[in-house]
Design a protein around this ligand. Structure first.
Ligand code: ACO
Length: 266
């Protein structure tokens, strides 16, 4: 995507990180330059966010300058420095962030976690299927010291699911009843007290949460609150580490700081 201003003056690298400060990591300048940079970066985020929403047929943008405020979200912007007659062009972006989520493992145990999530991902239409998405995604994985199966994905498109399968062999979806998707391997090191905010075993979720998994993402599932058994102690199954009559509460650090459970941004 082209802009009227010189993108190369804002970003010197091919992939650049932007956070809620709306300033490139290597920025140095006076107050007036700072406000100019922030204005231009806001414009980039708003326009790219809108293009991504259109590409995903979403009613509103998931990514914008204002939606970065007060978050730990990171936007990775991919720049083509020779585009737009040498002014540089923005080819795509990837946004990650942490979210408080209720998530189910393969046997239907429910965990309240705060995983790192992929929230938005977009490569300009003219540049798709050229390996640029892969470059961006790989950069993010290395920057955040993670692997594809450890990330929760906010309502992935089919293109993105195919992308993950092709480049990372990730395809075994563990069914959830929110709009997030996690894959086999996600829970492998979740079973540590420090990672778990809350866990519980709920019969009502087992069939609903797993009956359509491993092949497709479904978005029409009821939400957690729609399951009557969620509130019923009789609904809890009694085996394994989740046999407690009451939910097991672990003192995860995130619980104390932020116990609000958030849903999809989309
Ligand atoms: N149809 C099916 N699969 C596709 C398509 C497509 N139109 N485009 C990309 N892919 C998948 C395929 O596996 C493809 O491999 P193939 O060409 O051999 O079939 C692979 O991605 C190509 O990999 P890259 O070239 O590295 O990926 P690309 O640069 O195209 O970026 C992305 C992938 C970001 C999904 C891009 O296609 C895009 O922006 N799509 C539109 C927006 C979108 O769906 N974003 C994800 C939303 S979900 C979220 O943000 C959490």
């Amino acid at each position: 995507m082209d802009f009227k201003f010189n993108v190369n003056k804002l970003f010197v690298k091919k992939i650049n990180k932007v956070t809620h400060t709306l300033v490139p990591a290597d920025f140095s300048g006076n107050l007036q330059e700072l406000s100019d940079v922030q204005m231009k970066i806001s414009k980039i985020l708003d326009d790219m966010g809108e293009a991504s929403a259109i590409a995903q047929c979403l009613k509103k943008s998931v990514t914008s300058a204002s939606r970065l405020q007060g978050t730990d979200h990171i936007v990775y912007l991919l720049v083509d420095s020779i585009g737009n007659g040498g002014l540089g062009t923005i080819v795509g972006f990837l946004k990650t962030g942490s979210k408080n989520l209720f998530l189910f493992d393969e046997v239907g145990s429910c965990f309240q976690l705060r995983p790192r999530c992929v929230l938005d991902f977009y490569i300009h239409e003219s540049k798709q299927r050229m390996g640029l998405g892969r470059i961006l995604y790989q950069h993010m994985l290395e920057d955040e010291c993670t692997t594809p199966e450890k990330l929760a994905i906010d309502r992935p498109s089919n293109k993105f699911l195919q992308f993950l399968q092709k480049h990372y062999g990730v395809h075994d979806i563990i069914g959830q009843n929110n709009k997030f998707v996690v894959f086999k391997g996600f829970f492998d090191d979740v079973y540590q007290p420090s990672n778990v905010i809350q866990s519980m075993q709920l019969d009502g979720f087992i069939s609903a949460g797993t009956s359509r998994n491993n092949s497709n993402v479904t978005h029409e599932r009821p939400l957690l609150r729609d399951y009557p058994k969620f509130h019923s102690p009789a609904a809890r199954r009694s085996y394994g580490r989740h046999a407690a009559a009451k939910p097991i509460i672990h003192d995860g650090p995130a619980l104390r700081q932020n116990n609000k459970c958030t849903g999809s941004d989309k």
